[in-house]
Design a protein around this ligand. Structure first.
Ligand SMILES: [Zn+2]
Length: 407
C-alpha cells in the first residue's frame, strides 16, 4: 500500500471512530428509544452510514435493539437503547459507610453493597481492604456477560485526580493515601483500573446526568452533599466546575463565624460545624446515630432545642450559600444527603434568607431543591465518570470486545 493510501485509510478509520462515538452518545442522550432513521436525522449522517455504525455498536453490546412498539402501520423501526452488557464499578468511602455499586450504560444500578461503619478517624489501609472485600463480593454476583470498564472511588476530601492521591479527608482523618495501591496489593478488584474523585463532585454528577450521557433535570446548580461533614460542588452547563486543581466547591469549609467552633480542617466556624449531620444532631440533643427524620419529627412536634438547632443550621447555610450564589450567579441549590432529608424543615428558611442576601435575588429568586434520596450517590457518580470515558471514545472498547470474543 502506498503512503497516500495509508494516510487515506488512517483518515477513514479516525472518521469511523469519531462517528461511532457520535452515534452512541446520540442514543444515550435521548429521553426515548431512537430508530436508525432518528439517529441519521440527529447526526446529519446518511442512513447507510448510521446503519453500519449501529451494527458495530449492537454487535459489541454498547447498544441494544428492543422490540418495536406494536399497533403501528407498515414495517416498524427497531428502537435502539444503551446496552446492558457494559457497566462500571462505583465505590464510596464516607465517615458513616462503605458502598460498592455496579451501574450499567442505561444508568441502572445492577448491584450494590452498602455497609454502615463508623469510619471517623479510621485506618486507611484496613478500611480500603474492607471496601475491596465488599466490592469483590459484589463483583461475584454481577451477571456473566457484563463487561466492566473501570472502577471509580468517591472520597470525602481533597483529591488529586491525576495522581490518584487522596491528599486530605479531615473527617476520616486520612492524608496522602493512594487507594489504587492498597486495592491492587489486596487484589480485590480483579485488575480493574481505579480512579478516585471527590464525593460531592461525583454526587453532583448524578443530578446533572440522570444516566450515562443523558442530562438530568438541572444543568446549573450548587450541590451540597450532607454527610458527616458537608461537601459541595458547583455545576454549570452540566459540568462540575473543579477549579485549577480539582479542589473547588468546598462549601462545607466556608466560614460563617470566625469565632465559631474549631473544625476538623483546622479552621474555625466552618459551615459544617453548624449544618453537618453530627453538629446538627448534637445541637438538637439527639444521639449521633439518630436520623435526619428523627430531627424533622422533633421540630414538627415543637421541640424547642431541635427547632433552635435547625434555625442555627439554616442561618449558617444561608450565609455560606449567599456568598456562593453572589460570587457564581448559580441560583439553584440542590441539597443531598442529610440536608436533603431534613429539607422540609431547613429549606424554607434558607430560601427566604437567600432571597434577602443575594444581590440578584430580586430578578431570579434563589431556590432550594432536594436531590433524590440515595444513600451513596458518590458511588453512582464514580461509575458514571468511568462510563463517560466509553461514551467519549467507544472505538477502543469495541475493538477490545472483538478481540475478547473473537476466535
Ligand atoms: Zn472546616
Amino acid at each position: 500500500m502506498g503512503t497516500a493510501q495509508q494516510a487515506a485509510g488512517a483518515r477513514q478509520s479516525l472518521i469511523r471512530e469519531s462517528n461511532l462515538g457520535l452515534v452512541l452518545r446520540t442514543v444515550c442522550a435521548a429521553d426515548a428509544p431512537l430508530s436508525r432513521a432518528d439517529v441519521a436525522a440527529l447526526t446529519s449522517m446518511t442512513r447507510s452510514t448510521v446503519s453500519r455504525l449501529v451494527d458495530d455498536l449492537v454487535s459489541t453490546g454498547l447498544l441494544d435493539e428492543v422490540a418495536p412498539p406494536t399497533g403501528r402501520q407498515g414495517r416498524p423501526a427497531t428502537p435502539l437503547v444503551p446496552g446492558t452488557r457494559w457497566a462500571a464499578l462505583g465505590l464510596q468511602v464516607n465517615a458513616g459507610y462503605l458502598a460498592a455499586r455496579v451501574v450499567d450504560l442505561r444508568g441502572r444500578v445492577v448491584g450494590e453493597r452498602l455497609e454502615a461503619q463508623d469510619l471517623l478517624g479510621s485506618d486507611p489501609e484496613t478500611t480500603l481492604v474492607a471496601l475491596g472485600d465488599l466490592a469483590a463480593d459484589l463483583l461475584r454476583r454481577v451477571p456473566s456477560g457484563v463487561r466492566l470498564v473501570g472502577a471509580g472511588l468517591a472520597l470525602p476530601g481533597i483529591v488529586s485526580v491525576s495522581s490518584g492521591v487522596l491528599l486530605s479527608a479531615p473527617n476520616l482523618g486520612w492524608s496522602d493515601v493512594r487507594p489504587a495501591d492498597v486495592l491492587a496489593a489486596s487484589d480485590r478488584l480483579g485488575g480493574l483500573p481505579l480512579s478516585i474523585g471527590n464525593e460531592a463532585d461525583l454526587a453532583a454528577r448524578t443530578v446533572a446526568e440522570e444516566a450515562p450521557g443523558r442530562s438530568g433535570s438541572h444543568g446549573d446548580f450548587v450541590y451540597l452533599s450532607g454527610e458527616t461533614g458537608i461537601g459541595g460542588a458547583a455545576v454549570l452547563d452540566g459540568r462540575v466546575m473543579t477549579g485549577r486543581h480539582g479542589w473547588a466547591g468546598e462549601v462545607g469549609h466556608v466560614c460563617v463565624d470566625p469565632d465559631g467552633p474549631v473544625c476538623r480542617c483546622g479552621s474555625s466556624g466552618c459551615l459544617e460545624q453548624y449544618a453537618g449531620k453530627r453538629a446538627l444532631l448534637a445541637a438538637a440533643g439527639l444521639p449521633l446515630d439518630a436520623s435526619p427524620s428523627d430531627l424533622v419529627a422533633r421540630v414538627e412536634a415543637g421541640d424547642p432545642r431541635a427547632s433552635q438547632a435547625v434555625d442555627r443550621a439554616a442561618r449558617a447555610l444561608a450565609v455560606a450559600l449567599a456568598g456562593v450564589v453572589n460570587v457564581l450567579d448559580i441560583p439553584t441549590v440542590v441539597l443531598g444527603g442529610h440536608l436533603g432529608e431534613a429539607a422540609g424543615v431547613l429549606a424554607p428558611a434558607v430560601e427566604a434568607m437567600l432571597h434577602e442576601r443575594v444581590l440578584s435575588g430580586r430578578w431570579v429568586r434563589p431556590r432550594i431543591v432536594t436531590a433524590p434520596a440515595d444513600p451513596a450517590p458518590g458511588a453512582t457518580g464514580a461509575a458514571l465518570r468511568e462510563l463517560a470515558a466509553v461514551l467519549a471514545g467507544p472505538a477502543p472498547w469495541t475493538d477490545r470486545a472483538t478481540a475478547v470474543s473473537g476466535p
